[in-house]
Write a protein that binds this ligand. Structure first.
Ligand SMILES: [Mg+2]
Length: 248
């Protein structure tokens, strides 16, 4: 029993060394779930980075996580924490208290797109993504939308900072409005000279511009660590769960 337990515990780590960490289908369903859970947690924490697809064998796990209720619970709790934090701040009310939101999988949900694309088990496909984006049909993530409505009905300046190109402004605004995001102080998209920049570099520079314009960024919410790290990150950051893809 002791030997079995020890093997069970060290097997994934042996596999990391041998490069087959994600070839875990032989371990049975419960062990697979445990290893996929461990991967998801470490990806959320920013320990596992640079991945192009989710681990082999974890598609069903990610599907269950996204659709089975846990994802919604995790996002709801994050939103409650953000609401609690925002409600306790003594903001000046001079129009310079700012909250920054990412758009994709922060305000707008792309679960339906990813459910048709194996929950990130296949590499990002730009042409199918653009087709989806052109529909401007991504629904709001409801709990985040609720928080957004609280902010815009108060004294907050709300900025949307997205990795989407300026060329996509029209379809982006259409989707935002259709999903209930009708008011913002700024919608910031990538300009031509920013197209090649990593999200973290581009977004940091744009947040710094807001600060230079006198805005106090109290909160910053995004589904990627590249939304939330770098500089001028904001007083607090809130990470929306997303185990489906990684953006540097
Ligand atoms: Mg995003």
């Amino acid at each position: 029993m002791g030997v079995y337990l020890a093997l069970l515990l060290i097997f994934p780590f042996i596999s990391i060394v041998s490069g087959s960490f994600y070839d875990i289908t032989l371990q049975g369903e419960s062990a697979l779930r445990t290893v996929c859970e461990s991967w998801r947690l470490n990806a959320e924490m920013g320990n596992v980075i640079g991945w192009v697809v989710i681990p082999s064998g974890c598609e069903e796990y990610v599907s269950n996580y996204m659709l089975g209720g846990q994802y919604s619970l995790d996002v709801d709790l994050m939103v409650r924490e953000a609401m609690s934090y925002a409600s306790k701040l003594q903001i000046e009310g001079d129009g310079k208290d700012a909250w920054v939101f990412d758009i994709d999988d922060t305000l707008l949900s792309h679960i339906s797109y990813y459910s048709e694309n194996r929950f990130g088990a296949t590499p990002f496909n730009k042409s199918s993504w653009v087709q989806w984006e052109n529909l401007a049909a991504a629904p709001a993530i409801e709990s985040v939308a609720l928080f957004y409505r609280q902010l815009v009905s108060g004294d907050w300046s709300v900025f949307f900072l997205t990795g989407r190109s300026e060329k996509r402004r029209e379809v982006t605004e259409e989707n935002l409005r259709r999903s209930g995001f009708t008011k913002w102080t700024g919608l910031i998209l990538r300009q031509e000279d920013e197209e090649g920049l990593p999200a973290k570099v581009y977004k940091s520079a744009r947040r710094q511009e807001l600060e230079k314009a006198g805005y106090r960024i109290w909160g910053n919410m995004g589904d990627q660590w590249s939304d939330l790290t770098g500089y001028s990150t904001g007083e607090r950051v809130f990470k929306v769960a997303n185990p489906m893809y990684y953006i540097p």
